[in-house]
Design a protein around this ligand. Structure first.
Ligand code: HEM
Length: 265
């Protein structure tokens, strides 16, 4: 019989991160729906309503982006998006062939390295290029269109083209994203993780997370000056790191262990 890999639950997606992810999802769907209504592709709520709701959703999106930037900079989360070439080829091969023959995933998740190299590249592009392009072209569009206190621009044409092109790129991303969500351990495991925050991980991934926490504690201790620092302080840093790890790694095989102990008695 095939040995099933032991998995444990790890707290990977924090509360703000999940709030940001789902609010962004709703807003991008609302902007797409109203945007294409404005574009004349559909006619459900009418042009006038679509303009009002597109503008409202756009402001909500901008406010959310400001909070998200603040969150990324004040936590170490921005590190997740630094592009890397490590494992890049293996990841591309995995998506081209490995995924269809259930090969093991080439990138192991860590709490500060949740994304594989392809995700890093794509999300980096989204944050640095596509979303700023949508916001900038959208705002120019908005203020060019309502010229009372508007910006002087020769032609709206190029802005409209850029904004619409960006919309198509964003929709392509969403479609690929929706497909990839279903390629986790089970059809819904990635979706569940982004709803609850808890992801299921194999033991070697968990070991990586423990090493990450201990490394982090090591760095913090090394950055403390001289040896006049009391041992109590150093100890408290380590205790905190262990507490953090304990919190992240929830023993979901506890019941199994209890049964094992009973059986041995
Ligand atoms: C903060 C971000 C955004 C702002 C400020 C913004 C603003 C605008 C404005 C002012 C218009 C013109 C409305 C009018 O004709 O009066 C527009 C049109 C449009 N928007 Fe956005 N938008 C944003 C994000 C998005 C996103 C995320 C999408 C879709 C993925 C999108 C899709 C569209 C489309 C398809 C049009 C119609 C373009 C055309 O027909 O020329 N927008 N947007």
């Amino acid at each position: 019989m095939e040995e099933k890999n032991m998995t444990k639950k790890v707290y990977l997606y924090k509360r703000f991160e999940r709030f940001w992810h789902w609010s962004q999802t709703i807003l991008i769907f609302a902007l797409t729906f109203t945007g294409f209504e404005i574009h004349g592709v559909s006619n459900f709520i009418g042009y006038e309503n679509a303009v009002v709701w597109h503008n409202n959703a756009a402001w909500a999106f901008i406010i959310l982006i400001i909070f998200a930037i603040f969150w990324h900079l004040t936590t170490d989360e921005w590190r997740n998006y630094i592009p890397t070439v490590n494992n890049f080829k293996a990841q591309v091969n995995y998506y081209l062939t490995g995924i269809f023959r259930h090969a093991p995933h080439p990138t192991k998740k860590l709490t500060l390295s949740k994304l594989n190299p392809l995700q890093r590249l794509v999300y980096f592009g989204l944050k640095i290029l596509l979303i700023p392009l949508m916001v900038a072209s959208g705002l120019l569009y908005m203020y060019f269109h309502y010229p009372l206190q508007g910006i002087e621009l020769d032609s709206l044409k190029y802005i409209a083209i850029l904004h619409t092109l960006g919309a198509y790129l964003l929709i392509s991303f969403v479609i690929i994203h929706l497909y990839l969500i279903t390629t986790g351990r089970t059809l819904t495991s990635n979706l569940n993780a982004m709803i609850t925050g808890w992801d299921e991980m194999e033991e070697d991934e968990i070991k990586g997370i423990v090493i990450e926490a201990v490394d982090g504690a090591g760095l913090r201790i090394r950055s403390e000056k001289g040896d006049e620092k009391s041992r109590a302080e150093v100890k408290s840093i380590l205790v905190n790191a262990l507490k953090e790890t304990e919190y992240k790694v929830m023993e979901d095989d506890m019941e199994g262990q209890k049964k094992e102990i009973k059986r041995k008695k």
